[in-house]
Design a protein around this ligand. Sequence first.
Ligand SMILES: CC(=O)SCCNC(=O)CCNC(=O)[C@H](O)C(C)(C)COP(=O)(O)OP(=O)(O)OC[C@H]1O[C@@H](n2cnc3c(N)ncnc32)[C@H](O)[C@@H]1OP(=O)(O)O
Length: 503
Amino acid sequence: MLFFHHISLLSCLAGRYQLRRLLGKWHRSTLVFRTSVCATHLRHGSFAASAMEEVLRRTVVPLPAYEIQGKSPPVPESNSMEFINFYRSLETSQKVAFLEKVSQEFGVDHQAVAELALKLVESQKRDAATMLQAEDRLRYYLTPRYLALFGHISRVEGGMKFLLDLRGDVIEALAAKATDSPHIRGLNATLKSMLSEWFSVGLLKLERITWKSPCELLQKISQYEAVHPVRNWTDIKHRVGPYRRCYAFTNGAMPGEPLVFLHVALTEEITDNIQTIFGGRTSQELTEDEKKVKAAVFYSISSTQVGLQGVELGNYLIKRVVRELQSEFPSLDQFSSLSPIPGFTVWLLGLLNQQRNDGRRSKILMDTEWQEIERLVGSPAPERLRKLLSTNEWVHSEQLMDILKPILMRLCSWYLYGEKHRSYALNQVANFHLQNGATMWRLNWKADMSPRGISASCGMMVNYRYFLPDIGANSAKYLRTKVIEASEQILNLVSQFQKNSKL
Ligand SMILES: CC(=O)SCCNC(=O)CCNC(=O)[C@H](O)C(C)(C)COP(=O)(O)OP(=O)(O)OC[C@H]1O[C@@H](n2cnc3c(N)ncnc32)[C@H](O)[C@@H]1OP(=O)(O)O
């Protein structure tokens, strides 16, 4: 009572506004106090489902009855803040347990759905209005309770970023097999669908990043870069300088946060190696000459939010940037990636090891090729070659590189074109561009001779070419039939593999 006495005294002095501010502060402080009590409870090892139960009971309101949907009182913002604060106070393993609880006990009322499904079957013997009513009622009760909570959270400050991070946790927990709960998969699908709407392209802003962009944004672009690590400020200045473009999608709910960004080199022809793109430039090249811009080469694209996985922002960004560049350079008509081939060297070494374990000489090279290698590296050639490949030492011998070039080119073309995961391209980068409708266009030797490039794919890179009139049909064909659109060079290399190598 004493506390409220002070409040009433204060309200005379400070007026209603101050009262509201004081109560707001008090409310938030009790909220933080309550959450910290729960978290303390959890942190001290006396981790109990009851603490989660208590928070969830308070923050995940029951689904309003069908008859009063949309008419129930607004849920206080404090519910969202309590859920956010509590979740953030949990350890990783506790987060998985918490999400399992949310998805299983605060999702769909399965009993109610089963009963309504039976009523729907019954209703099909009745008139259309009754059947449609039954369908609508069933549709409503198929809504998980936590969907409304996520909707409320998306409207509080920082809530969108919280939901992205929460889905990132779910994706990582599923990938790490920390859970195999089908309910969590359902929660992931619900969140993905909500995020796909909130981050639909129409709600995103395309921003061109230049040297004049805010320092913080340039810093984030450098930190999030997932393909060619940024070495220093000179490097990032080069990447946004003349004959270069960098574009990002941003969302008003997360200002200053690039969701996905694309680096483009503007060149006279489609570049076949990354050294040219990162190499120094002559003084003439410090100002752009539009007549020299004939090709746009996408040499890096990075998504920054794990939580947006599956929302395909990269595809939309590439298409949007193509339009942007076409309006800036009307004569521009060649669009291609210059892409890394992560996983090829590991795949090749795995093959060589496996064929050694089978006690037979690897058949991925012809006998004559083994003999040629043996003359250079000594015997046993497979052992020697495996060691040279796994330590990158093979690139120090021009002679050995010349012998290995046709072999590695045909093996790599098969890795990209022939190796599959669920019938789609095994290589994720290939799958990404092929899904977008690109053509597997050119495999390039000595394309990335950095240690990273040699370790990843024996120094090779690939151009996925975007023939604009064909990308719609190519994408549909690939997604439907898994057939890869490839150039004559790739298909010739693949047929050389099929003729000369045995897996
Ligand atoms: C110029 C270039 O080609 S650079 C090489 C591509 N960039 C990278 O590898 C950096 C790391 N990867 C990423 O940042 C993102 O995965 C991107 C930008 C490639 C794709 O992101 P989004 O557009 O959001 O795509 P989304 O998450 O919907 O996945 C689409 C496809 O991208 C591919 N992909 C997904 N994760 C990765 C990853 N970590 N690395 C590479 N490709 C990936 C998959 O093939 C995926 O198809 P799937 O969902 O059927 O498996």
